[in-house]
Design a protein around this ligand. Structure first.
Ligand SMILES: *Cc1c(COP(=O)(O)O)cnc(C)c1O
Length: 756
């Protein structure tokens, strides 16, 4: 009877990120030595077609050229003739679920109803299992919201495609780049961003037929490839507390076929479900080696033919790379044009998965529903009210673009909110803001800082001079940074509020000057270099010897001035959660420093680097959190300084640019050349800017996401001021776009370029 058994196995790609077809064939060969195994492929570039366990290869035209209806009917013929089909291609599985809405006894893949329950990223079926789903958002959200999600999750996020592929995007420009690559490749705008979970990767592989869990195995990755795929692992029984809920879910889902649940176990021993793949994993044969032949169990369950029992010699498996003779009927083809070794995106999937995704997208009868679990809200960018009121005051007719706009109402509102937040805490600690001059030295902002009762934070004597000119007294100046004595002759005389030294050398020199009366300051202290996160600033403390050296220098400081510590790590770069973590660890270091040096830390300065919304969040929660943490570790702190730069300045200015030319390609409007450039918007690479245009009623609306680019006026390849926007239907030369959120380093670091 085994002699009649024919099993089709698709998905034979066998590179370093392999499909499971070859592993399935090896396991089936053990279970059914005399069965006929037919490998199914859509490209002869998949090296698995040469694997000797296949008795035959059924090679199809590539997905783009394939007549899908014809292919469907010849699959049905083969199933009707008694053949079994195990697919290991996600998209093929989805397509088969549409072709066979009621299944087929010999089709060993899940029904559509089961697939929608395990769709990424929500995986509704997880609710019945003791696992959690990491936080995620769809990329349908505005850039502004996506950037916030990344900050909240410490930039430890994955951008994921609808079916396949995940890329870590540690910066905004990575995210913009990969969003474009993935959405073009997969022919969809809806990708999603998911928070990374740190921990050990574990999987459950299972085999089921018509809701009956036939077998399952637990695998822990023990060695990984560069892409994080399994290279070695162990295969163990599934724990009883998981197996019963799993059995129930499989029954409810009426699951047929293989599956893999990819999970991460975090430090708190919590399990997070990342993916539920509707097929066997590529390491499937590793489990067979360890005594659990799941493809064998699957065919046994469906065909009722007992699989040959497997022995096991180890419960661990590893991979090797081996060479095979090429089958005479599929000689190697030349490297693809234009160049051998060129790394195009589509070359990563020689089996043409991407082509297939596009074909399914283009075919109105066969819409792949992988992302049925994502809601698709119609979203409009929230534009702060004050921006709109500031725009009303701008006389655009008289404006020579590109032009910087000062949002006066916005600026007033932000400074007064900040003053309110700084005030509204009932503790004995005196909280103060010190406006970072370098972020934007505009006189109007300095004036607002002064009127709001803020200090001014300077990194050079020239900046101090500027603050004095704006009306600050030296007692209101905090001096910081690695080069604060550059052009010392410019430093106005008088007692400063605080000086934070960036090195032991500086601390020693400053101590001497204080003693000699050459320098005077209410507080004198130092900047600590953050351990674990790379920073060029401050005094390193990550070895006992360095720490001791620091303690010795602190002991030598004159007792006449009060001691302080400065710590600065931009939460806009490292994320808010990580900042909190770092802050707590700095407090602990400070506690040790106090104990060993015998000096009380009276002033703590927490630096800048805040994205406006993170610091001035309505409830100012981060502020109260900081304030309640400080006395726990440092009881002597009487003053807490924070040095916001961009948190205050960023929203206060915008850049108006005019369209010079709108370009269409084949009737589609896809580019506009602007008279502004990255010289006026140097931060375009680091954070999103909300771009506004006027509709026909004269109302300002944010540009939506789209496939158009806004090109800068410079003759430079990388001068693109927006990558993914929708050009309004009515846009024409002369129209003005306003790039908001440009009041911090966009202003202070802008440069003159291309103007003769
Ligand atoms: C630049 C700077 C700040 C302000 O940083 P932002 O990122 O603009 O908030 C604060 N403190 C010091 C010492 C700085 O050098």
């Amino acid at each position: 009877m085994t002699d009649d058994l024919t099993i089709y196995v698709s998905g034979l790609y066998s590179g370093t990120n392999p499909q499971p077809g070859v592993g399935i064939s090896r396991s089936l060969r053990q279970a059914y030595p005399s069965a006929k195994l037919v490998g199914v492929e859509y490209s002869n570039r998949c090296s698995g077609v040469h694997w000797p366990d296949f008795d035959e290869i059924w090679l199809q035209r590539p997905w783009t050229e394939l007549n899908l209806d014809l292919h469907a009917s010849s699959i049905k013929e083969r199933l009707d003739a008694g053949g079994f089909w195990i697919s290991s291609i996600d998209l093929e599985i989805m397509w088969l679920a549409e072709i066979f809405p009621y299944g087929h006894p010999n089709l060993l893949t899940p029904l559509m109803g089961s697939l929608t329950q395990v769709g990424k990223p929500a995986i509704p079926a997880h609710q019945r299992l003791p696992v959690k789903i990491p936080r995620f958002v769809t990329t349908d959200l505005s850039d502004w919201e996506l950037h916030a999600f990344c900050r909240e999750n410490d930039w430890k996020v994955w951008l994921k495609g609808p079916y396949y592929e995940a890329v870590r995007t540690p910066t905004w420009s990575d995210l913009e780049h990969w969003r474009k690559v993935l959405s073009t490749a997969w022919a969809t705008d809806t990708l999603f961003l998911q928070s990374h979970v740190t921990g050990y990767e574990e999987s459950i592989m299972l085999s089921a037929y018509r809701g009956n869990l036939l077998d399952c195995v637990y695998m822990r990755k023990r060695d990984l490839t560069e892409l994080g795929k399994t290279w070695a692992g162990d295969a163990l029984p599934v724990a009883p507390e998981l197996i019963e809920p799993l059995r129930a879910v499989i029954r409810e889902l009426n699951w047929t076929g293989g599956a893999e649940l990819e999970m991460v176990r975090d430090a708190a021993d919590e399990l997070w479900l990342l993916e539920w793949n509707p097929r066997f994993p590529a390491w499937v044969h590793g489990s067979t080696i360890a005594g659990r032949n799941l493809p064998g169990k699957l065919v046994e369950g469906a065909a009722g033919i007992p699989a040959a029992p497997v022995g096991s010699t180890s419960n661990e498996f590893t991979r090797v790379v081996i060479e095979l003779p090429v089958r005479a009927e599929f000689p190697l083809s030349p490297l693809p044009e234009p160049l051998g070794g060129a790394v195009g995106h589509s070359m990563k999937h020689p089996s043409g998965l991407i082509d297939f995704a596009q074909k399914l997208r283009d075919d109105p009868h066969k819409k792949a529903k992988a992302n049925g679990n994502l809601r698709r809200p119609e979203r409009f960018e929230a534009i702060p009210e004050s921006y709109l009121s500031d725009l009303q005051d701008v006389k655009f007719a008289e404006l020579q673009t590109p032009a910087g706009l000062y949002f006066e109402n916005t600026a007033k509102q932000i400074f007064s909110n900040a003053a309110e937040i700084g005030r509204s805490h009932g503790t004995h600690i005196n909280t103060r803001y010190a406006y970072s001059i370098k972020t934007n030295p505009d006189e109007r902002l300095l004036q607002l800082a002064l009127e709001s009762g803020f200090l001014a934070e300077a990194i050079s004597p020239l900046e101090v001079k500027k603050a004095i000119t704006a009306g600050f007294r030296t007692e209101q100046i905090v001096l910081n940074g690695p080069a604060k004595w550059w052009r010392r002759e410019e430093l106005p005389a008088g007692k400063l509020h605080a000086v934070f030294c960036d090195s032991i050398e500086e601390l020693t020199r400053v101590s001497t000057e204080l003693e000699n009366g050459e320098l005077d300051s209410e507080f004198v202290g130092l900047r600590l270099r953050t351990p674990n996160i790379v920073s060029r600033f401050g005094i390193p403390i990550d070895s006992p010897e360095l720490f001791e050296e620091l303690v010795t220098s602190i002991r030598k400081m004159p007792r006449s001035c009060r001691f302080g510590v400065h710590f600065h790590m931009a939460s806009s770069n490292v994320g808010v959660r990580q900042w909190r973590h770092l802050f707590k660890s700095m407090l602990r270091w400070c506690g040790t420093l106090e104990a060993l040096s015998n000096r009380v830390i009276e002033c703590l300065d927490i630096g800048g680097g805040w994205f406006p919304e993170d610091m001035h969040h309505k409830d100012a929660s981060i502020y109260s959190e900081i304030l309640s943490a400080v006395p726990e570790y440092l009881s002597g702190v009487s003053e807490l300084i924070s040095e916001p730069g961009k948190a205050l300045a960023q929203p206060t200015m915008a850049i108006a640019m005019s369209i010079l030319e709108v370009r269409s390609y084949l009737g589609k409007r896809s580019e506009a050349v602007m008279d502004g450039s990255i010289a006026e918007l140097p931060m375009h690479y680091f954070h999103p800017h909300r771009i506004l245009s006027q509709d026909k009623n004269g109302d300002w609306k944010a540009l939506k996401r789209g496939s158009s680019m806004l090109l800068g006026r410079l003759c430079m390849e990388h001068d693109i001021v927006a990558m993914n926007v929708e050009l309004p239907e009515s846009a024409k030369a002369g129209d003005v776009f306003v790039f908001c959120d440009a009041g911090a380093y966009d202003r202070s670091m802008s440069y003159v370029f291309g103007c003769g």
